[in-house]
Design a protein around this ligand. Structure first.
Ligand SMILES: NC(=O)c1ccc[n+]([C@@H]2O[C@H](COP(=O)([O-])OP(=O)(O)OC[C@H]3O[C@@H](n4cnc5c(N)ncnc54)[C@H](OP(=O)(O)O)[C@@H]3O)[C@@H](O)[C@H]2O)c1
Length: 257
């Protein structure tokens, strides 16, 4: 029987590091994926020493579909991937009409294209191997359009829709798909996306990355389809269903200014 592995993308920073720590604490062998190799190597060394597990580091630019396909081929050729955490993601804050498209296009490639390809490959692989769990990191952004962060919100709506649809297709099988929807969380994400000054991050203290990852991890292991973290975020997730459609982006715009 091949050893069982957990693959975590975006494992150089923030939530990805916390997912790696949670998996390692359960004695799971890990494959860490992101671009910053030195950070992942340092994490890998620490987790090997603490937990006596195997940890492989795979530096990969997930905005390159060819690299994503090659990554999966190399990972899955001789291994049983039991858990896939599609966590890598990035955002961009600014008016849609302004700024270059590079960052928005990178977010589509990483948040949408890479996540889709890895989910698709993993579902087929896990069904063949007799089971597995997929945790896709979405966002409360997925529940509403986001003026000033239009592309990011759209990518996260996609993640939520894809996850719920595939989870339904997999009903009754040994493979589950969970979509984790955090709100503002204390990681590099906001700074990286140029969002630090916006109301959402200034008005409320962001949740701790450790707590958010732990909630997602528990939901994944329980086979839940969608996990929204925190009571206020839960309101953000259900509110748009009851508000008039035209009002939702107007309210979202207040938080994203
Ligand atoms: N923090 C929040 O407030 C928040 C809220 C809701 C949802 N989320 C979601 O949570 C997930 C994790 O974000 P985070 O908050 O932990 O942010 P973070 O600290 O900025 O980490 C993002 C991770 O994604 C990786 N990544 C970005 N572009 C990549 C690329 N082209 N190729 C490979 N890896 C790439 C980064 O690694 P490298 O730079 O090393 O490549 C990093 O490990 C994302 O999907 C994000 O949308 C975050």
């Amino acid at each position: 029987m091949a050893a069982k592995w957990t693959v975590i993308t975006g494992a150089s920073e923030g939530l990805g590091v916390e997912f790696a720590r949670l998996a390692a604490a359960e004695g799971r062998d890990l494959i860490l994926v992101a671009r910053q190799e030195a950070k992942m190597e340092a994490l890998a060394e620490d987790l090997r020493a603490r937990h006596g597990i195997a940890v492989e580091v795979r530096p990969t630019d997930l905005s390159d579909p060819g690299a994503v396909e090659a990554l999966w081929r190399q990972i899955a050729a001789r291994r049983h991937v039991e858990i896939l955490v599609n966590n890598a993601g990035l955002g961009y804050s600014g008016p849609f009409a302004e700024g270059g498209p590079e960052r928005e296009m990178a977010s589509v490639m990483v948040n949408v294209a890479a996540l889709t390809l890895l989910t698709k490959r993993a579902v087929a692989h896990m069904l063949q191997q007799g089971g597995g769990r997929i945790l896709n990191v979405g966002s409360t952004a997925g529940f509403m359009p986001g003026p000033n962060m239009a592309v990011y919100h759209a990518t996260k709506a996609y993640v939520l829709s894809l996850g719920e649809a595939v989870a339904e297709e997999l009903r009754g099988t040994s493979v589950t798909v969970t979509t984790l929807c955090p709100g503002a969380t204390a990681t590099n994400f906001a700074k990286d996306a140029g969002m630090e000054g916006i109301t959402l991050f200034r008005a409320l203290p962001p949740a701790s990355a450790r707590a958010v990852a732990a909630a997602g991890w528990r939901a994944m292991k329980a086979g839940k389809r969608v996990k929204v973290t925190g009571p206020l975020n839960w309101l953000f997730s259900v509110g748009p269903r009851f508000a008039p459609r035209a009002l939702v982006p107007r309210i979202a715009a207040i938080f994203l200014k």
